[in-house]
Design a protein around this ligand. Structure first.
Ligand SMILES: NC(=O)c1ccc[n+]([C@@H]2O[C@H](COP(=O)([O-])OP(=O)(O)OC[C@H]3O[C@@H](n4cnc5c(N)ncnc54)[C@H](O)[C@@H]3O)[C@@H](O)[C@H]2O)c1
Length: 259
């Protein structure tokens, strides 16, 4: 089977696929030939990305509106995707929120739980719902990529719930790599540094961005923001046959913010 043929028979679920890094990843996987379900609570933007995937080809897009804070809705959403595609080969857990930036004294149970609900808990239950569709009928092989953050590795002040959730997501990546290896499913993470998206820096001017990339806890060696496509390229590699020997790893895409 040629590389092109193998991509064209593959199907992907990208959570948070309506915006930023998830959107870039959904488009990049589809450009290779995969069919992609855009799972996001923002139904309008998910529709737009899915329609663009189908229009641009060769992959087919499917809009899958779902609020990941409602764990009870996750399985039925994933089952609908699998029913439409027949099976699922790739999962990118990309949806994430930063939450309010507060110091230790001001963390509330609500803030802590809401950030972990999306960044960590949803990734667990989306993965739990997807894996049976990767392994159904004795199928082997699959790729899962979790989107972590350089914040898990640095002392970013007032970022306790966010950094903690992303550190735990890396741990989950390692334990799942062990559990799913018998099914030939690769589980890896990417850890982006500052990236120009709605979550962080999209509305800043160049000067403000450059300052954040050059100084302080989010600084990196190149002194520049990443673009969503930079992160998407690493995710696509971790879903490609060329990375078959890589599992349980965290790939930093942060211009050297963490070395
Ligand atoms: N932008 C950065 O600087 C940066 C750095 C490190 C890590 N990250 C991580 O990258 C990932 C993508 O973030 P982004 O920067 O592209 O931001 P973004 O805001 O552009 O995208 C996040 C997406 O997640 C979706 N989402 C949020 N809550 C949801 C919910 N309850 N149910 C379903 N979907 C939900 C949003 O609708 C949005 O489409 C996140 O996990 C984020 O933590 C981003």
């Amino acid at each position: 089977m040629t590389a092109e043929a193998s991509w064209s028979s593959r199907t992907a679920v990208v959570t948070g696929g309506a915006s930023g890094i998830g959107r870039a990843t959904a488009l990049a996987l589809a450009a290779r030939g995969a069919s992609v379900a855009v799972l996001d609570k923002d139904a309008g933007s998910a529709d737009e990305v899915a329609a663009r995937i189908t229009a641009d080809g060769p992959g087919t897009g499917l809009s899958s509106p779902c609020d990941l804070s409602r764990v009870g809705e996750i399985r039925s959403c994933v089952d609908r995707i699998a029913e439409r595609f027949g099976h699922i080969d790739i999962l990118v857990n990309c949806a994430g929120i930063v939450g309010p930036r507060v110091g230790l004294a001001d963390i509330t149970e609500d803030i802590w739980d809401s950030v972990h609900a999306i960044n960590l808990k949803a990734a667990v239950f989306v993965t739990q719902a997807v894996v049976p569709h990767m392994t159904a009928g004795g199928r082997r092989g699959g790729n899962i990529v979790n989107v972590g953050s350089a914040s898990a590795h640095r002392a970013v002040v007032s970022s306790h719930p966010y950094a903690s959730s992303k550190a735990a997501l890396e741990s989950l990546t390692r334990t799942l790599a062990g559990e799913l290896a018998p099914h030939e499913i690769n589980v890896n993470a990417v850890a982006p540094g500052v990236t120009a998206t709605a979550i962080y820096g999209e509305n800043d001017d160049d000067e403000a961005r450059t300052a954040r990339a050059r100084q302080g806890p989010t600084a990196n060696l190149f002194g520049r923001f990443s673009q969503p496509d930079d992160i998407a390229a690493a995710i696509v590699f971790l879903c490609a046959p060329e990375s078959r020997q890589i599992t349980g790893q965290v790939v930093h895409v942060s211009a050297g913010a963490v070395v």
